[in-house]
Design a protein around this ligand. Structure first.
Ligand code: NCD
Length: 305
């Protein structure tokens, strides 16, 4: 599997076989992390976050450190030369001089794609505005595979902000490549999955505005946050927030083996009383994110198992 030196910009950049290799490696790492603790000794990862993040940034950070590597970078561009007027292209070219791999989150769609043309070391898109979030998708696929033992023949409910939610955009494209998956897109009218994405999907898509009614035959319910920061007006956000709230009693509508996923952070869309239910897997999903990122870093750096 030759992922060495590649960039990861979109959730479908890697073949399904390459993704399966990543999942297998992540599983091995999760079951014996000690074995991998020196794999990236002497390597440096640069982490450039131009947008807020908790899980993605910290899990990349933890992943590299658990592999014995080091991390440089910033979590707020205000402390970088960005605030002196430096272009991000110049920042990335400079960072290439110091590091072996670079992770970039940026509010503008396709900015990481453009930046990747300036450098030869692997660049990972850690989220580009409302567009894509490929490493969240790797996390999601690893989690789904862990609980369902397959990535095909699944009915997946996607609920919340399907318009601006990059995790949904990346996940639906990635899951569309496996056989017999279908999607139930549950959202308000103003937050529907954009048509330019739905027209690319060949699997069945059912649209719904009702969470309870849609839940009964789902294998996976993927909840998402209403993305306040992406709305054009605060009024539009105010009219949309709180539209879908999953509570413990609503889970009675779901199957016993439905898994409840969420990329996190949550605001109010999943009540805390759901956390105790065995179907709620979102914190395990966050942990899976660290292991799959360890696997990804190793493979992009060409480090063998
Ligand atoms: C998501 C993101 O940043 O797109 N979070 C994450 O990376 N785990 C989802 C969100 O911000 O709502």
């Amino acid at each position: 599997m030759v992922l060495k030196g590649k960039h990861l910009l979109n959730s479908t950049d890697f073949s399904v076989d390459e993704i399966f290799s990543l999942i297998c490696l992540a599983e091995k790492i999760a079951s014996n992390p000690e074995k991998y603790s020196e794999k990236c000794r002497g390597k440096i990862m640069a982490s450039l976050f131009y947008e807020p993040s908790t899980r993605t940034r910290l899990s990349f950070d933890a992943a590299m450190k658990r592999l014995g590597g080091a991390v440089i970078g910033f979590s707020d561009p205000v402390v970088s030369s960005h605030s002196k007027g430096e272009t991000i292209e110049d920042t990335v070219r400079t960072v290439e001089c110091y590091s072996d791999i670079v992770v970039v989150r940026h509010p503008e769609p396709f900015r990481p794609h453009k930046l990747s043309r300036y450098i030869l070391i692997p660049l990972i898109n850690a989220g580009d505005g409302p567009n894509q979030h490929p490493t969240q998708t790797l996390t999601d696929l690893f989690t789904i595979y862990h609980y369902k033992k397959r990535l095909s023949g699944l009915k997946i409910g996607l609920c919340g902000d399907l318009k601006y939610g990059r995790t949904v955009h990346s996940l639906i494209k990635a899951m569309d490549r496996y056989d017999n998956n279908s999607f139930v897109c549950i959202s308000l009218d103003n937050l529907k999955l954009p048509e330019e994405i739905s027209k690319e999907i060949s699997s069945e898509i059912i649209e719904s505005s009702e969470l309870e009614i849609s839940m009964h035959d789902l294998d996976i319910l993927y909840m998402t946050r209403i993305q306040k920061e992406r709305f054009e007006t605060i009024e539009e956000y105010e009219n949309s927030k709180g539209c879908y709230i999953l509570t413990r009693d609503k889970l009675d509508f779901a199957k016993e083996d439905t898994i409840i996923m969420h990329p996190l952070p949550r605001v109010d869309e999943i009540h805390e009383n759901v956390d105790e239910d065995k179907r709620a897997v979102y914190f395990n999903q966050a942990k899976a994110g660290m292991y799959i990122r360890m696997a990804l870093i190793m493979m992009l750096l060409g480090i063998s198992d």
